[in-house]
Design a protein around this ligand. Structure first.
Ligand SMILES: Cc1cc2nc3c(=O)[nH]c(=O)nc-3n(C[C@H](O)[C@H](O)[C@H](O)COP(=O)(O)OP(=O)(O)OC[C@H]3O[C@@H](n4cnc5c(N)ncnc54)[C@H](O)[C@@H]3O)c2cc1C
Length: 452
């Protein structure tokens, strides 16, 4: 063990190997407080060369590597567990950010660049990142890509996968693979970058990416639509999806989520509290407010809608939705799910959910919100013990029965490997294992994440 620490110190420098328990502790538990474990040390490399040397050293010592960016993931994937000796590889020092290429609309970023910094650089160049989520100040580019994050604007710009024009990574044996030419078209063989996107640190350590930016629209508009049921919310979503090309955001909150969010905001609610609210946002180079108002009238939703007429009111409305993850986490250790359900099955999923939860966790409080336009619901339960998996199993089985998925954006992490077979066949899981064994034969990268 002291051999390993000395070898790691020789690679990254003594100040960047945190072996003291107090210094390590912030890296050893996840954002929700549900997952935690101990590591031998937290190692903070500065570039791909140091990452490669750290991986080779860990392989020599038979020590596993848990890669961590901003540690805002919600499925325990960046947190050590106590099953094998592990180090935490913190990527935050890889924070170089290149100049935006305005013609190609691309920018090279180190894996440790935060989303907020990327958004700022894109904005300064008259563009936008094309991805947004509430953890923007801490979540890193490497983490977003490793989880194939979605977020608030995925309905318009897709998930992180769509934003990647190039990628550099270090494989388990310390080999650096890099495809950062930025070619828009390149079909030479297997696409390793695609394989690493969404691999949650199990196939390689992403050290940098070429991020593909999107145009920034001059005008934005946001409305809150108060509806009387989930099926009305789904009908409204369908009507708007077909009618509003400038749609950039389509979020859902159930009544429990509306109430808990409003409790921490002062002032009168912006609309009557009904069984569900929708937030509908547009971004356009024309008049976004006019486009939104017109679509609301055509969809018969105008009488239930409140339009935010300026940026401050828009931010106020948005914060009702954006604050939820934090507000719920402040009330206890939540059991969190990011299920995906086809729009056609969403109302029946929501009808069945209270009964399914009550059967196994009768006193649990349930909150549902999420990215309705993508059929992606965040189900949050407060009450069950963090180690009690019975509600997790029940909710994920319901998602699978509904023709959906156990994870639409957060990934499998340490939370859900045992549920993977609900939505992936034996053949698919066998193929995943074959890929994992080929790229990480010693199993040192994030053991226990995705594949149990
Ligand atoms: C308030 C809040 C709101 C959120 N909203 C959303 C949302 O709307 N949509 C959404 O998709 N997610 C959301 N998340 C989850 C989270 O922000 C994302 O999953 C984000 O992508 C994680 O980035 P990170 O840098 O914090 O990664 P971490 O939490 O550090 O790591 C996440 C996973 O990626 C791996 N990883 C990290 N960096 C690398 C790397 N360089 N190379 C290889 N593997 C790596 C880790 O091993 C782990 O498996 C939210 C989280 C919070 C706290």
């Amino acid at each position: 063990m002291s051999d390993l620490i000395s070898a790691l110190q020789a690679i990254v420098g003594e100040p960047h190997v945190l072996a003291d328990a107090d210094l390590r502790s912030g890296y050893e538990s996840d954002w929700t407080g549900r997952w935690h474990g101990e590591s031998l040390a937290v190692v903070r490399p500065a570039d791909a060369g140091e990452v490669a040397a750290v991986l080779r050293t860990c392989a020599d010592h038979h020590v596993a590597v848990v890669t961590q960016g901003g540690n805002t993931g919600l499925v325990g994937g960046a947190t050590p567990d106590d099953r094998s000796p592990e180090i935490v590889l913190s990527m935050r020092r890889l924070d170089s950010l290149g100049d935006v290429d305005p013609a190609l609309m691309q920018v090279a970023c180190g894996a440790g660049v935060t989303l907020a910094r990327l958004q700022q650089a894109a904005g300064d160049a008259g563009l936008q990142a094309g991805l947004d989520l509430a953890a923007r100040d801490s979540a890193t580019v490497g983490g977003l890509v490793a989880c194939n994050a979605g977020g608030l604007q995925a309905i318009r710009y897709g998930t992180a996968r769509r934003r990647i024009a190039g990628l550099e990574a270090v494989l388990a044996d310390g080999t650096v693979v890099s495809r950062m030419s930025g070619l828009r078209k390149d079909n030479a063989g297997y696409d390793l970058a695609s394989l690493l996107i969404g691999s949650e640190g199990t196939l390689g350590v992403i050290t940098g990416v070429l991020w593909s930016l999107v145009p920034r629209f001059s005008d934005r508009s946001l409305a809150l639509v108060a509806v009387d049921s989930v099926s009305e919310a789904v009908d409204a979503a369908r009507a708007l999806l077909g009618r509003l090309p400038s749609l950039e955001l389509l979020e859902f909150l159930d009544e429990a989520s509306i109430r808990i969010s409003l409790e921490q905001l002062s002032g009168t609610p912006p609309a009557p509290i009904t069984p569900a609210w929708l937030l509908v946002g547009c971004a356009s180079s024309g008049d976004a407010q006019e486009e939104l108002a017109e679509a609301l009238v055509e969809s018969g939703l105008d009488e239930r809608a409140v339009i935010a007429v300026d940026a401050i009111r828009r931010q106020r409305l948005l914060s009702i939705r954006e604050s939820l993850t934090e507000v719920i986490a402040a009330a206890g250790v939540p059991h969190k799910f990011d299920v995906g359900v086809p729009l056609g099955a969403l109302a029946s999923f929501m009808d069945e959910l209270p009964g399914v939860v009550a059967d196994v966790a009768p006193t649990a409080r349930t909150f549902v919100y999420g990215h309705l336009g993508d059929g992606n619901l965040h189900v949050n339960l407060l009450g069950p013990d963090p180690d009690d998996e019975s509600a997790d199993e029940a909710v994920l089985q319901l998602a699978a029965r509904s023709g959906g998925t156990i994870t639409a954006e957060h990934g499998v992490g340490r939370h859900k490997p045992q549920y993977l077979s609900l939505v992936r066949s034996d053949a698919e899981i066998a193929a995943m294992w074959a890929i994992k064994r080929a790229l990480d034969p010693e199993g040192i990268l994030n053991p226990g994440v995705i594949l149990a």
